[in-house]
Design a protein around this ligand. Structure first.
Ligand SMILES: Nc1ncnc2c1ncn2[C@@H]1O[C@H](COP(=O)(O)OP(=O)(O)OP(=O)(O)O)[C@@H](O)[C@H]1O
Ligand SMILES: [Mg+2]
Length: 249
């Protein structure tokens, strides 16, 4: 059982959830109920997989967390602050707490690797000092120090995802959110990306990764939060993609 599921243990260890959902539901304007009464607590430094069939509600959960969408009911806290009713002007500061990557890399095709990463920092923190060093440091972390001056279309899919990860890391986020980061990659390359996320987690960053990648989830054996029909149906500390007898996701 994860420490986050044992409030008394978390309190003794003086651990406060960095993310918590309390009775959160999301109904889209179309009437689709994408999340139902979600309760969730993630501690600083946790590594969580979010699994579930297509349409289960994983991306919705991610979008609520970064306040790209607003919960219909319930409350969400990030880093001790309630974000559900947070004023729009405070959202940029909230978003800087997150490093976010998606299945598609969303790189700027006319900019080099280094410029893509630097651009993210210039937008979020204009006037940033030591820009070049910061960019080089994150590119080194993701193993792309020799690709700084390449353009995205000169890179493989896995390398492009690494650039996206570097770009997400450059403002030193507390929480790293990856929504199907390996969705377009072959198994070996996917494995490399997951290793990188584990390394980022090892440096103290909380990681939440939505994935359909069964092999990865079953090999890594970290916390697994399974969603079905908008509900959290399973939350295990060293979980697997499926529980024996569970329907194929
Ligand atoms: N913007 C939207 N407007 C209306 N309905 C939406 C919207 N986004 C998602 N949905 C619906 O909400 C439900 C949950 O979708 P969501 O994208 O969160 O699933 P998911 O678990 O991320 O799926 P996948 O594995 O395919 O990415 C689905 O029924 C989907 O059709
Ligand atoms: Mg999704």
């Amino acid at each position: 059982m994860a420490v986050a599921e044992r409030p008394e243990v978390a309190m003794q260890l003086n651990l406060r959830p960095v993310i918590s959902f309390h009775g959160v539901s999301k109904v889209y304007p179309t009437g689709t109920v994408a999340l139902r009464d979600v309760e969730l607590a993630v501690l600083q430094g946790d590594f969580c997989f979010l699994v579930g069939a297509s349409g289960a509600g994983k991306s919705t959960l991610v979008r609520l967390l970064i306040r790209e969408e607003v919960a219909s009911t319930g409350r969400i806290f990030v880093d001790g602050q309630e974000i559900t009713r947070m004023a729009r002007r405070r959202l940029p500061k909230l978003r800087r707490k997150f490093g976010i990557v998606f299945q598609d890399y969303k790189l700027l095709s006319k900019r080099t690797v280094a410029q893509n990463v630097a651009f993210a920092l210039q937008v979020t923190r204009p006037g940033q000092r030591h820009l070049r060093e910061k960019v080089e440091e994150v590119l080194w972390i993701v193993g792309l120090e020799d690709k700084v001056d390449k353009y995205p279309d000169e890179l493989s899919g896995g390398e492009q995802q690494r650039v996206a990860i570097a770009r997400a890391l450059v403002h030193r986020p507390r929480i790293f959110v990856a929504d199907e980061p390996t969705g377009n990659l072959d198994p070996d390359t996917s494995w490399g990306i997951v290793q990188l996320l584990l390394q980022i987690n090892h440096r103290g960053t909380t990681v939440l990764m939505a994935t359909h990648n069964r092999e990865v989830v079953d090999l890594v054996r970290r916390r697994v939060i399974a969603i079905e029909g908008g509900r959290v149906i399973r939350d295990e500390a060293q979980g697997s993609y499926l529980r024996p007898g569970e329907a194929t996701l």
